[in-house]
Design a protein around this ligand. Structure first.
Ligand code: HEC
Ligand code: HEC
Length: 290
C-alpha cells in the first residue's frame, strides 16, 4: 500500500527548524549538553566535556537536561521521519515499517545504524550530529507505547565510525543539477505527474474536476520541505508517487523530475547532474532561501 492520506503528520512547520540538520555543526549549548550527558552517563570524557561547557558561548546554563533532549528528539522526528513513519509511529505497512510496538528497535546499534545509514527505501541521515541521532533513537524507543529505553550520545559514538559523517552540506541553491537534466525531467513530469500536480507545479490540476494536490515548487513547497534532504525527497517520491502507480519510474527519472522541480522553483542550474546515490543526495538540503 502506498503512503497516502492527509494524516501522516507532515506539518513540521509549526515547529522552529533550528534544531534540524545544522550546516555549521558548531558546539553551542547542544554540544555542551552532549558532553555533559556523556560524562554523566559513562563517566568518561569528563575533562573534554567540562571544557566544552566553558568554551561554548552561552552554554554555562546548560545542564543535564533530559526534557530538552526528549523535545529535540520529538521535533526532529516530526520534521524528518513522520512523513513516512507517521506521527504515531504507525508507518505505512508494508512499504514503511511501523516503529511503534516494533521490537527490532530494542537492538540499539541496529536502530542507530538505520537512522544514520538508511536502507533500501529508507534515506540515510549523515548530517545529523551524534547528539541528534541519540535524541532520535531515544525518541523512537520510548515514544507511543514503546518502552525500550533511551540511547546516549556515547553509545551512538561507539556504534558509528567517523566515516559515516556528512562531508560539507550543500543546498538546493548551489547549482546541483544541469539544464539538460531539468529538461529531461520536464518531459517525465508531463507524462507522470502533471495531470495531478498541474502544469505549473502549483497543485492545481488542469482538469477542474480533479482534486487539488500539494504544490511541488516555490514558496509553499519549500516551506513544507525546508530542512529535509533530497535523499528524503527521492525516497518519499519513489515510495508514494505517482500516486496511482508508486515506484514505476527509474531512479534516474525520479531525480530528473526533482531537477525539474528545483528549476521551476528558480534554483540555478550548475554543471553537474543531480546523482541518484542516496548518500550524496543526503548532503543536499532543501532551503527556502539561498
Ligand atoms: C522516505 C521515507 C522514510 C523516511 C523519511 C524515514 N524512514 Fe525509516 N524506514 C523507511 C523504510 C522504507 C524502512 C524499511 C527499510 C528496509 O527495511 O529496507 C525504514 C526503516 C526504519 C527503521 C528500522 C525499522 C525496522 O523495523 O527494522 C528505523 C529504526 C527507522 N526507519 C527510523 C527512522 C527515523 C528515526 C527516521 C527519521 C530520522 C526515518 N526512519 C525516516 C522509510 C523512511
Ligand atoms: C494520481 C495523482 C498523482 C500523480 C500522478 C502524482 N501525484 Fe504526487 N501527490 C498526489 C497527492 C494526492 C498527494 C498528496 C498525498 C498526501 O498528502 O498524502 C501528492 C503528494 C506529492 C508530494 C508530497 C508533497 C508535499 O508537500 O506533501 C510529492 C513530492 C509528490 N506528490 C511528487 C510527485 C511526483 C514527482 C509525481 C510524478 C512522478 C507525482 N507526485 C505524481 C497525487 C499525485
Amino acid at each position: 500500500m502506498p503512503i497516502s492520506g492527509r494524516d501522516r503528520g507532515r506539518r513540521p512547520n509549526a515547529e522552529p527548524r533550528s534544531k534540524g540538520i545544522r550546516p555549521d555543526g558548531g558546539p553551542g549549548a547542544e554540544g555542551c549538553r552532549e558532553a555533559v550527558r556523556c560524562t554523566g552517563r559513562t563517566g568518561r570524557r569528563l575533562l573534554p566535556g567540562l571544557l566544552a561547557c566553558f568554551l561554548a558561548p552561552g552554554a554555562a546554563a546548560a545542564q543535564i537536561d533530559d526534557a530538552a533532549l526528549a523535545e529535540q528528539g520529538r521535533r526532529l522526528y516530526e520534521q524528518q521521519c513522520a512523513l513516512c513513519h507517521g506521527s504515531e509511529g504507525e508507518g505505512r505497512p508494508p512499504a514503511v515499517p511501523a516503529l511503534r510496538d516494533n521490537e527490532r528497535l530494542g537492538i540499539a546499534a541496529r536502530t542507530i545504524r538505520f537512522i544514520r545509514q538508511g536502507a533500501a527505501n529508507m534515506p540515510p541521515f549523515p548530517a545529523l550530529t551524534l547528539a541528534e541521532v541519540a535524541a532520535l533513537s531515544s525518541h523512537v524507543r520510548t515514544a507511543w507505547t514503546n518502552d525500550l529505553g533511551g540511547v546516549t550520545t556515547g553509545e551512538v559514538a561507539a556504534v558509528l565510525d567517523a566515516s559515516t559523517d556528512a562531508g560539507g552540506l550543500a543546498s538546493v541553491w548551489d547549482g546541483v543539477f544541469t539544464e539538460a537534466q531539468a529538461a529531461r525531467g520536464r518531459d517525465v513530469y508531463t507524462g507522470a505527474c502533471g495531470l495531478c500536480h498541474g502544469r505549473r507545479l502549483n497543485g492545481a490540476p488542469d482538469d477542474p474536476d480533479m482534486r487539488s494536490t500539494p504544490p511541488l515548487a516555490r514558496a509553499r513547497f519549500l516551506r513544507e520541505w525546508e530542512g529535509r534532504s533530497l535523499a528524503v525527497l527521492l525516497a518519499y517520491t519513489r515510495l508514494t508517487m505517482p500516486e496511482d502507480n508508486p515506484g514505476s519510474l527509474t531512479d534516474e527519472e525520479y531525480v530528473d523530475v526533482i531537477a525539474h522541480m528545483l528549476s521551476v522553483g528558480r534554483m540555478p542550474a550548475g554543471d553537474r547532474e543531480l546523482p541518484t546515490d542516496p548518500r550524496r543526495l543526503a548532503g543536499i538540503v532543501i532551503r527556502r532561501d539561498r
